[in-house]
Design a protein around this ligand. Structure first.
Ligand code: MG
Length: 213
């Protein structure tokens, strides 16, 4: 099995974000297992500062597949004041506005992944019209509010190829552990019969697209 490189593990440990290493390694491992029969790019919604892009981008590089990471970089509601997750270091000093784009670019540069990663800046709903189906894998980790989460699911999940992956972060069955919307799209995807679960690591859920009828 291909190991995630030590130098990227060290970089991940220094990168801002909310992706524990075991969950990041699961992103890497499962994305690597996407076979040649599954078509299209790997897509991430919610780049933030590029922590999960290290795992997905490295897998895409090895697979020789495009990897697209999408974010408006103005901070989802969980990243802005008064949230406990707000990081004042991400305010652009020239405008006073939240901006995680420069930090993402720096992460990809340090990782030597710039040549393998396409950064798309904007609303995921609008960008969905620009990325054709099929896609091989989708990682949803954008805004965790109800509208943002459901939009990410509704605008993108139908593009996933048969046997392709739907990976969802921050899925908590107990409300005391975190917000509900990621859990809602996870249960909906399985309940509707379009996906089956293949792995749970921390709050990461990895689902596989079932054959289309
Ligand atoms: Mg997350």
């Amino acid at each position: 099995m291909t190991e995630f490189p030590e130098r990227l593990k060290e970089l991940a440990a220094k990168t801002k974000g909310f992706m524990p290493e075991p969950e990041g390694l699961a992103l890497f491992d499962h994305t690597l297992k996407v076979g040649k029969k599954v078509s299209g790019p790997i897509v991430e919604i919610g780049s933030y500062c590029g922590l999960s892009a290290l795992y997905l981008g490295e897998a895409a590089r090895i697979l020789e597949r495009p990897f697209i990471t999408i974010d408006h970089h103005r901070g989802s509601e969980e990243m802005l004041p008064p949230s406990e997750f707000f990081d004042p270091e991400l305010l652009d000093p020239s405008t006073g506005r939240f901006d995680s784009l420069a930090t993402l670019r720096r992460t990809l540069e340090l990782a030597d992944l710039e040549d393998f990663v396409t950064v798309m800046v904007g609303e995921s709903t609008l960008i969905s019209g620009l990325v054709k189906a099929p896609i091989a894998a989708l990682f949803i980790d954008g805004g965790h509010g109800s509208l943002a989460t459901w939009n990410d699911f509704n605008y993108w999940s139908d593009k996933i190829d048969q046997d392709g992956l739907l990976m969802i972060h921050d899925v908590f069955s107990d409300l005391k552990d975190g917000g509900r919307p990621p859990f809602e799209i996870y249960t909906y995807a399985i309940h509707m019969g379009d996906f089956i679960e293949i792995a749970q690591v921390g709050s990461l859920r990895v689902l596989k697209r079932t054959p289309r009828l």
